[in-house]
Design a protein around this ligand. Sequence first.
Ligand SMILES: Cc1cc2nc3c(=O)[nH]c(=O)nc-3n(C[C@H](O)[C@H](O)[C@H](O)COP(=O)(O)OP(=O)(O)OC[C@H]3O[C@@H](n4cnc5c(N)ncnc54)[C@H](O)[C@@H]3O)c2cc1C
Length: 398
Amino acid sequence: MDLRDRPQDSAFRAEVRQFLEEHLVGEFAELGGRGGSGDETFGFDVRLRWEKVLAAGGWTGLAWPTEYGGRGASMTEQVIFHEEYVRAAAPGRVSVMGEGLLGPTLIHYGTEAQKARFLPPILAGTELWCQGYSEPDAGSDLANVKTRAARDGDEWVITGQKVWTSLAHQSDWCFVVCRTDPESRRHKGLSYLLVPMDQPGVEVRPIMQLTKTSEFNEVFFDGARTHGDNIVGAEGEGWRVALATLAFERGVALLGHQLGFVREFQRIVAVAQANGRSRDPVIRQLLAQAHAELTIMRYNTLRSLSGIDGPVAPPEASIAKLYWGSWHRRLGELAIDVIGPGALVLEGNDPAAYELDEFQRPFLFSRAETIYGGSNQIQRNIIGERVLGLPPEPKGGT
Ligand SMILES: Cc1cc2nc3c(=O)[nH]c(=O)nc-3n(C[C@H](O)[C@H](O)[C@H](O)COP(=O)(O)OP(=O)(O)OC[C@H]3O[C@@H](n4cnc5c(N)ncnc54)[C@H](O)[C@@H]3O)c2cc1C
């Protein structure tokens, strides 16, 4: 694989850079690249305005086909865009669920009417989405979904509870996996519905996280309604659609993630050099190891992205997820070691008003990264069964 830019890549890179130089100014630049996973509450309104600036410049829906308003960018162009985006310290995106998950799902499985209704406001940054999959008894075991939906005339009526729903409190719509055949079990009889959030039958209750912010929520549906046409795929065939969305959760955005890790790692090295901890042989060894692993991660990701056009399928996706989730958690621990005992102390005397610093926040939040998007144990199961050919995990029940 040749990692150097070809002339057309250099031209595209220059175009991205120019856009960012001209538009990433004022309140957008002041965010200093913050926002996004683990930091979602930071500068949300400004980031929402930034989404519209990106949209006006034609930089949303990069990977979407041009016929649906996207840019139809090649994988190389997407990688370049993410590299430049992180390098410029542009703000964390607010429309990840809509642009990265629901949009591609609708493009593949939606009706033309659904595409016409829902894709343009995602691209414009005027409608935000959340993912209604997990429930109290259905996380890793998603097929155990119990939220029900029944037809009432022209509408679906939804009743049940979702949990850990990221950004539900900011979202206009939710894509909900629910059981439309009350007699069905497991992955049969599920459907994939698009449900408006702003209605009396939907209650969103924020969950306080370890980081003291509330990025995710419990969502209660109590007779919530959506139009009968707002079903993606056939009734009872929602499992296939739900899995497709999960596959889109991986992909080129991964690389943007890792470039963010590079900046984080460099800041930790700078702190170690400034406070003298880089002279400690154990710390030096851990920093060198983290650097080597980060480089391996980058090349592995580029390898799994090369030659594909769409979601990254398992097992590559599972290997990548297990690797970056675990690596980032170790980096958080290393940052705390580098700073020393002071890292355990919060700024300020008022426990109700403390702010985590740039190392404490990822140290705490990175714990979540080995859980969401499929926990480490689930990724190991997939690798064990599909790569190593180990005996399948025993399934419960008879
Ligand atoms: C920050 C964050 C954001 C999230 N955002 C969303 C969202 O927007 N929408 C949404 O729907 N969900 C979201 N989730 C939920 C996430 O998808 C689930 O947490 C995840 O699927 C795990 O499910 P669970 O929490 O129910 O844990 P469980 O499935 O109950 O697992 C508990 C433990 O048992 C282990 N385990 C479970 N089954 C097996 C098995 N078969 N073999 C070995 N070990 C096993 C797990 O690895 C884990 O350690 C989010 C989670 C986090 C942390």
